[in-house]
Design a protein around this ligand. Structure first.
Ligand code: C5P
Length: 213
């Protein structure tokens, strides 16, 4: 099966030398891509800026910087994929008026105007080809199941992988993770705290239909 995985943060330019970003290291997405290659799949990895080396054996590696770049790269490739795992921590907002030189400071405060980015996953859900398995992530600090299930429905997903990012041992920038997987048909699987590599293998075992394993 052809599987598209997104990973890492995005960077949203404020000016020529400054950006807005987040704490994602890309480790969970890279672990998912590596596990999918090891299971014999054709894997496309679309990655924001991270300090990791892409796994060997990818069908395609697509480095991107901003949320808009990621949207372009993903929307172009997703229609040909049997599974899309949207693991990247995509910025929700981007500076409305990025400056192409380095901004000078002045004595007063500065107000930045931010505009919404495209919700890539929502767009994919609205245009999902028959048979494609679409998976999102939900990083939450409270009411994990409630928020995860409402995202699953709102974005027309088949699965959502939820993690509690209020705890230092899971989610953003941790080497380990614990994930609750919620299916559109109501099933729930809990993958206990372990390395992101081990979580990735367990996740794929659950997400892939028997014919695709
Ligand atoms: O709604 P929320 O941002 O919490 O949903 C997280 C999920 O949506 C993740 O799978 C993330 O990759 C995806 N997302 C996206 N485009 C955005 C923001 C989030 O695809 N602009």
């Amino acid at each position: 099966m052809r599987i598209l995985v997104t990973a890492g943060p995005t960077r949203e330019a404020i000016d020529a030398v400054r950006f807005l970003s987040n704490k994602s290291t890309g480790r969970m997405g890279y672990a998912l891509a590596e596990a999918a290659v090891a299971a014999g799949h054709d894997v496309v990895l679309v990655s924001g800026p991270v300090a990791l080396t892409p796994p060997d054996g990818l069908l395609e590696f697509v480095p991107v910087v901003s949320a808009a770049d990621m949207a372009d790269a993903v929307k172009r490739r997703a229609p040909d994929c049997g599974m899309v795992i949207m693991c990247a921590a995509v910025a929700d907002y981007t500076p409305a008026h990025p400056v192409d030189r380095k901004m000078k400071k002045s004595d007063g405060n500065l107000t930045l105007e931010l505009k919404r980015t495209e919700d890539i996953l929502k767009t994919l859900g609205q245009n999902k080809p028959a048979g494609q398995i679409l998976i999102g992530f939900a990083a939450e600090t409270d009411d994990l199941e409630q928020y995860a299930r409402s995202k699953l429905a709102a974005k027309n997903l088949d699965w959502i992988a939820a993690n509690d990012v209020s705890r230092p041992d899971r989610g953003f920038a941790a080497g380990t993770n614990a994930v609750a997987l919620f299916a559109a048909d109501g099933r729930r699987f809990d993958i206990p705290l372990q390395s992101k590599d081990a979580v990735a293998r367990r996740m794929l075992g659950i997400l892939l239909p028997p014919s695709g394993r």
